[in-house]
Design a protein around this ligand. Sequence first.
Ligand SMILES: Cc1cc2nc3c(=O)[nH]c(=O)nc-3n(C[C@H](O)[C@H](O)[C@H](O)COP(=O)(O)OP(=O)(O)OC[C@H]3O[C@@H](n4cnc5c(N)ncnc54)[C@H](O)[C@@H]3O)c2cc1C
Length: 74
Amino acid sequence: MPQKLTNVLVAGRCVSTDRYMQSSIRVMPGCFITGQAIGVAAAMCAEQGCDTRGVPIAQLQRRLKDLGGYLPNC
Ligand SMILES: Cc1cc2nc3c(=O)[nH]c(=O)nc-3n(C[C@H](O)[C@H](O)[C@H](O)COP(=O)(O)OP(=O)(O)OC[C@H]3O[C@@H](n4cnc5c(N)ncnc54)[C@H](O)[C@@H]3O)c2cc1C
């Protein structure tokens, strides 16, 4: 989520991270994980009538896990 923008979500190669994180997130698994996360987050915004900063993160994580998403730390 860009720091100064609302209702803009970014996935895949164009996400901004520090150098160490970028080395792993820039390849395809990181791209599809972030893509699935923002797709589900956008759907939740539409369902709940909230903007991207209002998405309940715990609920988003639960939905991603229910969909078989890869969230090893949750
Ligand atoms: C040479 C090379 C080798 C790689 N090898 C590997 C590898 O072995 N394993 C691995 O996991 N990763 C590899 N990667 C990294 C991986 O391919 C990319 O990180 C990943 O594909 C990025 O996905 P993305 O969806 O973010 O962007 P992209 O796959 O670049 O998709 C962006 C899409 O947006 C389109 N687009 C751009 N501008 C517009 C516009 N204005 N309007 C509409 N559409 C637009 C583009 O045409 C493109 O289809 C490699 C990358 C390169 C360049």
